[in-house]
Write a protein that binds this ligand. Structure first.
Ligand code: ADP
Ligand code: MG
Length: 301
């Protein structure tokens, strides 16, 4: 991290991350640099037995008060600095998912990996907040995938009961991943649990079945965005394998904690994804900086 250069309080968390880490060279080979203006089926197995679809299974309740207490941004919550930052980040990701400003379609840009170098840097925090923010969109739904197979935390964060998930579907060719998708009582928010960890998670993720399984989650749903909550890239190998299946990666950097060396190593390991953006998490807002909450009349940002 460049300690000599003070972080400017202007610009979104994506822009400020790019400034602080000066990553132009490392990301130059990647397809899409940070945009300066951020406003900027499963083919159902034909069974003779009845198998309910996600729409027909019971809806699971999200523990919204626990989320609120933990600092997450609920769709109907007050406008705050954090909610506006996630809106800006979401807009940019959705723009890329829809084909970008120039209409240059990135393959599987609707699949977004939320990654970071180390544990505790805010991957799950950002993945859940982004999913909640995207769920509030009128034309888009979001499937939040827990891909941290060793330490899954999406279900406990949302207060949802455990059930089979992605790794189960990858390990068992007879299983239909669509049957693992949980519909929640938050409109537009679906969840895919991690499933049971195996000792060959990375190999399963690198297998050709993964492409088919992920296609079953996206192909029939043109308005669906997938958000993957990933394991730390420098601590576990599945993240690098996942990078090969997504069109966008958000690399979370914890302000004042993530070193530039760790970040460069992380970018190197994520080479399978051409479109990496840095997201600065845990940044303190300076008094003179942008404060969306106060702009909207909500007091502190
Ligand atoms: N911007 C933030 N504001 C408040 N709490 C945060 C923020 N980012 C992370 N946290 C908290 O820090 C802890 C670690 O974050 P988490 O998202 O679980 O990290 P990771 O998934 O990268 O291991 C969690 O308790 C989370 O709620
Ligand atoms: Mg996590």
């Amino acid at each position: 991290m460049n300690q000599n250069r003070p972080a400017k309080p202007t610009g979104s968390l994506l822009e400020r991350a790019a400034e602080i880490y000066d990553f132009a060279d490392a990301l130059r080979s990647k397809a899409t640099p940070v945009v300066p203006t951020p406003s900027a089926v499963a083919a159902k197995a034909v069974d003779s037995v009845f198998r309910p679809t996600a729409d027909e299974r019971p809806v699971q309740s999200v523990d919204q008060s626990a989320l609120r207490q933990a600092g997450f941004v609920l769709p109907d919550g007050p406008i705050s600095g954090l909610s506006e930052e996630f809106r800006i980040i979401k807009r940019q990701l959705l723009l890329t998912a829809a084909g970008g400003r120039q209409g240059e379609k990135i393959l599987h840009a609707e699949r977004i990996l939320i990654c970071s170098a180390h544990p505790g840097e805010g991957k799950t925090f950002c993945a859940v907040n982004l999913a909640l923010s995207i769920a509030a969109e009128k034309d888009v739904e979001v499937l939040l995938v827990d891909a941290d197979f060793a330490k899954p935390s999406i279900l406990s964060t949302l207060g949802i009961a455990g059930s089979p998930g992605l790794m189960d579907a990858l390990a068992d060719p007879a299983m239909d991943v669509a049957d693992c998708v949980i519909r929640t009582d938050l409109p537009g928010l679906f969840v895919l649990p991690a499933g049971r960890q195996t000792n060959a998670d990375t190999e399963y993720l690198a297998s050709s079945r993964t492409g088919a399984v992920l296609n079953a989650l996206t192909a029939p749903y043109p308005n669906r965005i997938l958000i993957f909550d990933s394991p730390p890239i420098l601590a576990a190998s599945p993240a690098a394998a996942l990078a090969g299946h997504v069109g966008q990666t958000v690399l979370v950097v914890r302000a004042d904690e993530t070193t530039e060396t760790a970040l460069r190593d992380a970018v190197g390991l994520l080479a399978a994804c051409d479109n990496i953006q840095l997201l600065l998490n845990g940044v303190k807002f300076s008094p003179g900086g942008r404060r969306f909450g106060s702009y909207y009349g909500q007091g502190g940002a």
